[in-house]
Write a protein that binds this ligand. Structure first.
Ligand code: IPM
Ligand code: MN
Length: 355
């Protein structure tokens, strides 16, 4: 029987609750589909700070390298907000992404037909939306040097190298070839040199993909267009900070940020995580929506392990549960037949996915 080793990072806040549901689903499906998953838990973020004093322990850096893929919940919370930047939970996640070389962050924003009424936008605006945000994840202003806080000023630097832009552009074009062959590259080239450079390199890469229609958009306009007419987008290619912001905005097209998964891939082992945060306000109450994490587990099966049948089963199970009216609280106001806890939702998906 095929066997895979999965790194598990539960993290903080709702992280442990949502990861437990994803594991429940993975266990049910792997038995049924004839492969075996071995889990190895690792520490990151606040949980790591409490246990070891640092947000990214060496054991985690070494541990992830021995895995076939890593599934991650969420990190951060008010408890650690007062720490200096290099000791904050978020720094652990950024360091892990850099260590793993996961430069390409894929964030799908799709609207489930069953939930067209859950969005704050009109159903006709969002029905059929299917966008893939390709966010550069290990460069840009998040990592640029120099950076500092001084007495009377502070600064960060937005840097992109040719290699960094080329490789993320290639990822976006390859994805576009498998989708509707349209890319909108988002930047701020009317103001920033780094964006001008980005645009030139994306144009160069485009020459190798004559079938793909490439357009460019300034990030302020893109934020507006995502809300005004989201169906105009197929693949959005953008840098680290613009992608961070636009993917949160795009998530609301689906009705709840609790629904959307992400995959971070690059040089080696991939990292799979929901796009939402640790939601400390609802942590421990059992009411979080586990679907984004369960969906991330499905992306992990598909992209990291090649178990696409199992991934299809999970995706179908999610659609079925939603069409039958099972809802967690975040989407509970819309066509709900039954409001579920986090764990009940996990039970339902595990059951449907393994039939
Ligand atoms: C995300 C998060 C992270 C980011 C934070 C927690 C560092 O917002 O994954 O989108 O900004 O990348
Ligand atoms: Mn974010």
């Amino acid at each position: 029987m095929k066997s895979y080793k999965i790194g598990i990072i539960k993290g903080d806040g709702i992280g442990p609750e949502i990861i437990d549901e994803a594991i429940k689903v993975l266990d049910a499906i792997s038995v049924k589909q004839g492969f075996n998953l071995k889990y190895e838990e690792m520490l990151l973020g606040g949980a790591a700070i409490d246990e070891t004093g640092v947000p990214l322990p060496d054991e985690t850096i070494q541990g992830v390298k021995k895995c076939d893929a890593v599934l991650f919940g969420a990190i951060g919370g008010p408890k650690w907000d007062k720490l200096e930047r290099h000791l904050r939970p978020e720094t652990g996640l950024l360091g892990l992404r850099k260590e793993m070389g996961t430069f390409a962050n894929l964030r799908p924003a799709m609207v489930y037909d069953e939930l067209v009424n859950a969005s704050s936008l009109k159903p006709e605006v969002i029905k059929g939306v299917d966008i893939m945000v390709v966010r550069e994840l290990t460069g840009g202003i998040y990592f640029g040097q120099p950076r500092a806080i001084e007495e009377d000023r502070a600064y960060n630097t937005m840097v992109y190298t040719r290699e960094e832009v080329e490789r993320i552009a290639v990822v976006a074009f390859e994805i576009a070839m498998k989708r509707n062959k349209r890319i909108c590259s988002v930047d701020k080239a009317n103001v920033l040199e780094v964006s001008h450079f980005w645009r030139d390199i994306v144009e160069e890469v485009a020459k190798n993909y004559p079938e793909v229609e490439l357009s460019h958009m300034y990030v302020d306009n893109a934020a507006m267009q995502l809300i005004r007419a989201p169906k105009q987008f197929d693949v959005i290619l953008t840098g680290n900070i613009f992608g961070d912001i636009l993917s949160d905005a795009a998530s609301m097209l689906s009705g709840s940020i609790g629904l959307l998964p992400s995959a971070s891939t690059g040089k080696g082992v991939g990292l799979f995580e929901p796009i939402h945060g640790s939601a400390p306000d609802i942590a421990g109450q059992g009411i979080a929506n586990p679907l984004a994490t369960i969906s991330s587990a499905s992306m992990m099966l598909r992209y990291a392990l090649g178990e696409s049948k199992a991934a299809d089963k999970i995706d179908e199970a999610i659609k079925r549960a939603l069409s039958e009216g099972y809802r967690t609280g975040d989407i509970g106001d819309y066509d709900a037949k039954e409001i579920c806890t986090c764990s009940q939702m996990g039970d339902i998906i595990a059951d449907y996915a393994s039939r």
